[in-house]
Write a protein that binds this ligand. Sequence first.
Ligand SMILES: [Zn+2]
Length: 87
Amino acid sequence: MSYPGPGAIHRQCILCGRSFRVWTYELRKPNRAKFCGRECYFESRRVFSTALSDGRLDAILADELEAIRRKRVTRKMDDWMARKLAS
Ligand SMILES: [Zn+2]
């Protein structure tokens, strides 16, 4: 089996710092080649979720959280308007 593009390189896991091999074409895809394995990926989700619920990420993710909340309010208003127009 051949892979597109040049060969593999080594990167460090963003959670545990361990070096792991990744194909260069995977670097072009979003949210790829960041973790050395499934354990670190699932552990990062747990850690992120805990930090988010504790409010430790509020300052870091303020813009993203505001955009998400604004989108949800807009969606609820759209649903309300659709129900109003249907009745
Ligand atoms: Zn790792």
